[in-house]
Structures are given as C-alpha cells and as structure tokens.
Design a binder for this molecule. Structure first.
Ligand code: 5GP
Ligand code: ZN
Length: 118
C-alpha cells in the first residue's frame, strides 16, 4: 500500500530522489537529508505504515527483519564494529515523540562521537 501524499512512499517509488543505502523487496534505506550524526540513514518498509502507534502483532516479523537489517547496513555505511564502534537506533513516534514524517522509519545513527544525545 502506498500513500500518494506520503514523502517516504514517494522516495521508495523514486519520485523524490534520495541517496540510496539499500533496497530489497520489503525495505528501502537512504541517507537522512539533515544528518544528526556522521552516519545517519533511515530504513523504511516499502509498505506504508504510519508509525509504531499503528503496529500490531501482524507487523512483528517485518519489524524483526527491519531491526536485523540495521547492523548489516551500519557496517556497510562505515560504522565501526561493536563494541568500540556501534550505532544508535531510533524510532520517533507521534508529535510528542518527535515524528515529522508519518511513514514508519528506523533512524540508524553512528560514527565518531561527539554527536549522541542522552
Ligand atoms: P522523524 O522526525 O519523522 O523521526 O524523522 C524524519 C527524518 O526525515 C528527519 O531526520 C529528516 O531530516 C528526514 N527527511 C525529511 N525529509 C526528507 C527528504 O526529503 N529526504 C531525506 N533523505 N530525508 C528527509
Ligand atoms: Zn508512506
């Protein structure tokens, strides 16, 4: 399902350009346009889900695969290996959770500090 008004659906469809990190049948990953860390990309499911607030048990396998994709892509994009390297995974949810784009996305942030919050 694609939402014609959704920014990330348009990026998945190639209607808005992005710097692609990865694509498979289920996921699309691309660099964040306003990086908050030396390495900052987003993993999105191709199927439109608005946020974590809409997730049900049916989404659990997809969410597991999305999380499992993150460490592989983090290394591919230059994050140093665990434990001295690493990365941060963030899913902002809803306005009070800091979500600006309402298509579920996993932020992957990494690279040499200082950059991390909290
Ligand atoms: P949120 O605040 O919803 O968790 O994160 C949305 C992210 O999408 C932000 O970090 C923002 O910089 C990024 N973003 C917004 N518009 C675009 C765009 O057109 N292209 C790319 N590559 N990233 C975008
Ligand atoms: Zn969408």
């Amino acid at each position: 399902m694609h939402d014609p008004n959704c920014l990330f659906c348009k990026i998945v469809d190639g209607k808005i350009p992005s710097r692609k990190v990865h694509e498979d049948d289920e996921f699309f990953a691309f660099h964040d346009i306003r990086p908050a860390a030396p390495i900052h990309f987003l993993i999105v499911p191709k199927h439109h889900v608005a946020s974590m607030a809409q997730v049900t048990d049916e989404h659990a396998p997809m969410l597991g695969r999305m999380l499992a994709l993150a460490p592989r892509l983090a290394l591919q994009e230059g994050c140093n290996p665990y434990p001295d390297g690493g990365f941060r995974l963030v899913v902002n949810t809803g306005t009070e959770g800091g979500q600006e784009v309402h298509h579920l996305h996993l932020h992957v942030l990494g690279g040499p500090r200082p950059w991390a919050r909290g």
